[in-house]
Design a protein around this ligand. Structure first.
Ligand code: ADP
Ligand code: GLC
Length: 521
């Protein structure tokens, strides 16, 4: 994903296929209205989608939410760049149109949701990651890459589209889609209304001012009341300024980003638009992340067969060359090894954790310095601390299932998925009370066994250590621990409820747009 660009203050169905319809959806589309209303059609515009291309939680959301929306009666299609890695996955995929020199290809996600793949080989046909080359350097032409991508997707949501399928709503995710709402608002006839979702405000897509001309942006948009951000072009700000509706991935993060400390310089704009900004917490894919059926773990279990979990712990200890001992509390951690995730705070308490009898297994990739500090700790505490640098889906499942506790001391966390996975796997999280962590973990109070995890406030090693000590005390009380595990396992983290909130938001947007069309003048 690269480095955050703004310093933070705080410590399918083919085209013409069976489901295509013409004409705008009725205001109640999507299953709640009269049977004759066509479902609301939504174009999801994003740079990642699991299992094809993933660097973090965005990919999980873009895979799971459209499927949940389809189940809720909507007609959703996803638009992705046709990266070389996707071509390897799906092959050539039939092309159905050309827009601005890019081919629009069609495919279907494993969930059955249709996908449009924007094929511009000079921008996306290369080895490496979606944003960076193999050495971890941002692609130098990222502005051209995601500039064209967003422009093509905006065309598909306007009168310019060559496709029969016309979305009622353009839904962009993160900065890579940010220019879409700007094109829709300022230049394209018959444009659909737009929603912009912030998954991480720290990544903004900032480029030098010359980029404005290079991308031939409409005249006048490079202004404070537009796409300009402290002398640079900001793709994310474009989305946040021009989209009709803004969302982010938890209610707490929606509040936090309106304040200077976590607003990444955009808090003013977000506070002004607070009436248009909603926080909707992410769900998880509860088929992929289900300890009762997970094929990637050693022993399957649920809240009634918790004793089986110990086989996963033993397997994890072996896999990481840790001392195999069922009594030692084993902490797990999975994720991007970055400042955001508080990896340095974990390094700070690691010695104490080992002295207290604990073990630690970490899986992740990220900043070199943080990777190295974990390697040093692993060498110092052989058998007690182990780190695997890499991205391994299967191992992530093994850690969720095999660890006793999960560490997530994030400095900020828009939503976070791992803490939900860990609760589902009976692995209570120790996490900072921020963003989605505060919204999805029920805190165990001092001396009680009522919650599902352990929360701390200050982003310091001391505060993290206090929470770890509290967790260890609870862990030593077997019946208390079982209750905490079960609280987490029984929580409903499915997408259903959140999908209904997105559906309501689309309906309001579509009926508002229809009302505006009816107004004279
Ligand atoms: P973020 O999107 O900020 O990285 P999330 O918690 O929302 O954080 O989502 C991270 C997703 O990426 C989870 O599905 C997590 O399991 C996965 N993930 C992150 N790093 C790794 C890794 N090194 N190996 C396997 N999965 C990983
Ligand atoms: C971002 C955030 C993470 C969130 C994910 C999906 O990468 O860092 O907190 O869960 O997007 O919305």
């Amino acid at each position: 994903m690269g480095e955050p660009e703004f310093p933070l203050r705080i410590g399918g169905a083919p085209e013409g296929g069976i489901r295509d319809r013409t004409g705008p959806a009725g205001p109640d589309g999507g299953g709640t209205g009269p049977a004759t209303d066509p479902p609301v059609r939504v174009l999801f515009v994003a740079s990642e989608c699991a299992p094809w291309v993933k660097t973090g939680g965005l990919a999980d959301v873009v895979a799971a939410l459209p499927a949940a929306l389809v189940a809720a009666g909507l007609d959703v299609r996803v638009c992705l760049p046709f990266y070389r890695s996707i071509r390897r996955e799906v092959g050539e995929a039939p092309a159905c149109a050309t827009v601005l020199g890019a081919l629009v290809r069609e495919a279907t996600l494993p969930s059955g949701v249709p996908v449009y793949l924007i094929d511009a080989p000079w921008l996306f046909g290369r080895d490496g990651g979606p944003y960076q080359d193999g050495e971890g350097r941002d692609w130098r032409d990222n502005a051209q890459r995601f500039g064209l991508f967003a422009r093509v997707c905006a065309s598909l949501a306007s009168d310019e589209t060559p496709l029969l399928w016309r979305p009622d709503v353009f839904h962009g995710h993160d900065w890579q889609a940010g220019l879409g709402p700007m094109w829709l608002k300022t230049a394209l006839p018959g444009a659909a209304p737009s929603v912009m979702t912030i998954h991480n405000l720290a990544f903004q897509g900032l480029f030098p001012p010359e980029t404005v001309n290079a991308l031939r942006l409409p005249p006048g948009v490079y202004a404070v009341e537009g796409v300009e951000f402290y002398g640079r072009l900001s793709f994310l700000k474009a989305g946040l300024h021009y989209a009709d509706v803004l969302t982010t991935v938890s209610p707490t993060y929606a509040r936090e980003i309106q304040e200077e400390a976590q607003g990444c310089g955009l808090h003013g704009l977000l506070a002004r638009r607070r009436a248009d900004l909603t926080g909707i917490v992410n769900g998880i894919d509860d088929i992929v992340w289900n300890p009762a059926t997970d094929p990637l773990i050693t022993a399957r279990y649920d809240s009634k067969t918790l004793a089986e979990k110990r086989f996963n712990k033993e397997a994890l200890q072996r896999r990481f060359d840790l001392v195999v001992d069922p009594t030692r509390p084993l902490f797990g951690m999975v994720g991007r090894l970055t400042w955001q995730k508080g990896v340095d705070l974990v390094a700070e308490i690691a010695d104490r954790l080992v002295q207290a009898g604990g073990q630690l297994a970490v899986l992740g990739t990220g900043e070199r310095g943080l990777e190295d500090s974990l390697r040093v700790l692993a060498r110092r505490h052989r058998g007690a601390i182990a780190v695997r640098i890499g991205f391994e889906e299967g191992l992530a499942h093994e850690i969720e299932a095999g660890a006793d506790l999960f560490l997530m001391p994030s400095r900020f966390e828009p939503c976070g998925l791992n803490q939900m996975y860990s609760q589902r796997y009976g692995t209570p999280p120790v996490a900072r009370a921020t963003g989605g962590l505060a919204d999805t973990i029920r805190a165990v109070g001092p001396g009680d066994c009522a919650g599902s995890g352990f929360l701390f406030e200050e982003a310091t090693g001391t505060a993290l250590w206090e929470a770890v000590e509290q967790a260890l005390a609870a862990y030593r009380d077997a019946s208390c621990w079982t209750r905490i595990m079960c609280h987490g396992m029984r929580q409903d983290f499915s997408w259903t409820r959140s999908a209904l909130r997105y559906r309501a938001l689309y309906h309001a947007l579509v009926s508002g747009a229809a009302a505006r069309r009816r107004m004279p003048g």
